[in-house]
Design a protein around this ligand. Sequence first.
Ligand SMILES: [Cu+2]
Length: 297
Amino acid sequence: MSFHPKHAFLSLSLLILAACGSSGGSSTATCTGDNVTTACTNTYNIRFDAANQKTGRSSFTLTVKNHDGNGVSGATVTLLPWMRMATMNHASVVDSVTDNGDGTYTCVVYYLMSSSMGGQSMGTWDMGVTVNGESATFTPVEVGMPMGETVKVNLSLNSDQYSKMGTATTRTWSLFKESVNANGVMKVVVTTVESMSNFPKVATGATLTDATGGSWTVDSLVVELSTDKATWLTATENGDGHFTVMGLTGLADGVASNVYVKLTVNGYPYTTDGANGNGANDYQTFVVIPGAMGAGM
Ligand SMILES: [Cu+2]
């Protein structure tokens, strides 16, 4: 893969050095970075506080200072979670970056997979960060597995394909749990894949690219949830791939429950196996524990 944050960092740094020469900015300032929790760019000192990253929804804080130690608010901050695996590299889903106004930024991402499974390493996660166009990469980022809950389910339809490194491949749509509570409110985020470096959230009206490079529009996107597979509640779309259902029954704090989910795109039910919906394959199952640690806000 040619698209790697380290490459962007190196080339951008060289450009900036070339543009500024040796007299640029803050010659007396110090910045030391280990590229694990701290990193230096030409202008910024960035701290990455990322305890408890897990598959699914995870948040962390970036602290951005100038080399003179003053916090930098109002910066344009972008993220590129990046997993390096034995046979391929891939990005993940970025949800939000919130400027707290004091030089800290609260970031929410959804990791597609954990760093290891059953003691076996699956690869190494990096977190690429740009601040006002200056890049840093934090690595490794340990991404754990959530215990006892399902944080992501996949649905697909074999007629909906994309070009995976040149090969027509059925597109996986991943629905992530954002939050759930015992009052019957559950939020999910709908995401899909456009390429190994692009896992977008999907809202109604989004444009996606098919396996031949043609574009098509998501004219309708329906998410339905149920706790009994009899009553299906249609989620309210909140924009940017976020959906909310209220009124789920039978959920209790600390108790594992099944929440079933259906996804219908442009009128077609998406399924567990990509085949046409047949009543048995057209929903997925989240195991949720309302109120559980790490369940999100
Ligand atoms: Cu991976």
